[in-house]
Design a protein around this ligand. Structure first.
Ligand code: HAM
Length: 410
């Protein structure tokens, strides 16, 4: 038996219905904040992601050469693609630009629960606003979108400036190496990397930075960074709006393009792969031939949110099964059309089994059977059977639709 590729999943209808419902809630939350949906290609020129995404992601990409000899890749994330699109199509739009997306991404990672090779992100990008209000809006929206899904999570908010201030003596490569260890929260690797760079003395202040939970302490450890006022303003806005978050200046982020505020969220009931959102302020457009515009955004690991909220009951609405004898088939199709016109999910028998077998099948899949035989054809009626109670009545089609509608309202 042929299997699906490792790290991918198939979704049956119940699962898809749940996913679409949650996706709609997220899109609706974003819409209320003025974020409109965009779509970019599943594959891009490799270069788009090698410029600034960071070593981790570059190692994990699904890269291929197309028939024209171009180096292409399946997108490992969407931010770079959206900023490429901004440079190509969006520069003339009034700023700030508020965009959102639902997109599948591809990373060649070791699969486990909550970590896949094809996974979906719900994300937003706010382009062209460089203020504490912009940083705060992105965090507040993240909070609202996550809440709309019903997931329970902890939100950690930080800023790269204090960490970078501590690492200021290191070369850019050295900084990247240290920040990669901090992002993985791998203390052993961090100490080894610091020793190798002859900066072992930074181990304690970096640990203190990750550990402290008030912003006053941050500046005691890292010194007065120029971004202090911006950080204080952002946090004050979040506090004033009652956002539940934890200051966390140990956040380093795995992608290389972040420049300021950074944040991550963790689902309370997931294991190792519990990070359900990541985001922050960044600059990318200038690398793709555009202006050096300030941007800020986030992406939610949609699949992890679905694992965290688990299965929930679906309301599929009232379902009608139309069963008929061969001579009543045309009337059955008319009746089905009328029920569909009234908005009901309506399934007509296709197997040409006997009436008993058709009704038995409808009892497994529908709430009502609409039965049409010779008698109903002659009388211009249908027999409507409530498959839950077994009650049935021979009535005209409009009355049958009205009765099914009353059941749906209950
Ligand atoms: P990221 O942290 O790389 O950020 O990914 C965002 C989220 O995608 C993660 O927090 C995680 O929930 C989910 N995720 C990542 N890899 C996998 C995987 N293999 N399987 C399942 N879920 C996964 C970004 O992608 C940035 N583009 C976010 C951003 C938008 N920053 C600014 N704007």
């Amino acid at each position: 038996m042929l299997q699906r590729p490792r790290g991918t999943r198939d979704f049956l209808p119940d699962e898809m219905e749940r996913r679409r419902l949650i996706e709609q809630r997220m899109l609706e939350a974003a819409r209320r904040w003025g974020y409109r949906e965009v779509c970019t290609p599943d594959f891009e020129h490799l270069e788009l992601f090698t410029m600034k995404s960071g070593e981790g992601i570059i190692q994990e990409m699904y890269t291929f050469e197309d028939k024209g000899g171009r180096q292409m890749t399946l997108r490992p994330e969407v931010t770079a693609a959206v900023l490429r699109m901004y440079v190509n199509e969006g520069k003339v739009l009034p700023k700030p630009i508020r965009w959102c997306y639902v997109a599948d991404c591809f990373r060649y990672e070791r699969p486990q629960k909550g970590r896949y090779r094809q996974f979906w992100q719900f994300g937003i990008e706010l382009i062209g606003a460089d203020t504490a209000s912009a940083d705060a809006e992105v965090i507040m929206l993240a909070d609202e979108v996550l809440n709309s899904s019903g997931v329970t999570f902890d939100l950690h908010v930080g800023h790269l400036a204090p960490m970078k201030h501590l690492l200021t003596d290191l070369s850019p490569e050295g900084q990247r190496a240290i920040m990669a260890c901090l992002d993985k929260r791998d203390q052993g690797a961090l100490e080894a990397a610091l020793d190798e760079l002859d900066h072992g003395h930074l181990s304690d202040p970096l640990a203190a930075l990750s550990g402290c939970r008030t912003i006053e302490e941050i500046f005691e450890i890292a010194g007065d960074v120029p971004e202090r006022a911006r950080i204080e303003d952002t946090f004050a806005l979040l506090d004033a709006q009652g956002i539940d978050y934890l200051p966390d200046f140990g956040i380093a982020r795995g992608l290389d393009y972040y420049t300021g505020m950074v944040f991550e969220g963790f689902a309370q009931n997931l294991g190792a792969e519990n990070q359900i959102i990541g985001g922050g302020a960044y600059r990318l457009a200038h690398l793709f031939g555009g202006d050096d515009v300030a941007s800020c955004g986030f992406a939610i690991g949609f699949d992890r949110v679905m694992v965290s909220i688990g299965d929930f009951p679906l309301d599929s609405g009232t379902i009608v099964g139309v069963v008929c004898t061969p001579e009543a088939r045309e009337r059955a199709l008319e009746a089905a059309r009328a029920f569909r016109g009234a908005g009901f999910r309506t399934e007509v028998d296709l197997m040409q089994r006997g009436m008993g077998a058709q009704i038995a099948h409808a009892a497994k899949t529908a709430d009502f059977a609409v039965v049409l035989g010779r008698r109903e054809v002659d009388a211009g009626t249908v027999t409507l059977r409530n498959l839950e109670t077994g009650e049935q009545r021979e009535i005209n089609l409009d009355d049958a639709i009205a009765e099914v509608a009353r059941h749906g309202d209950r």
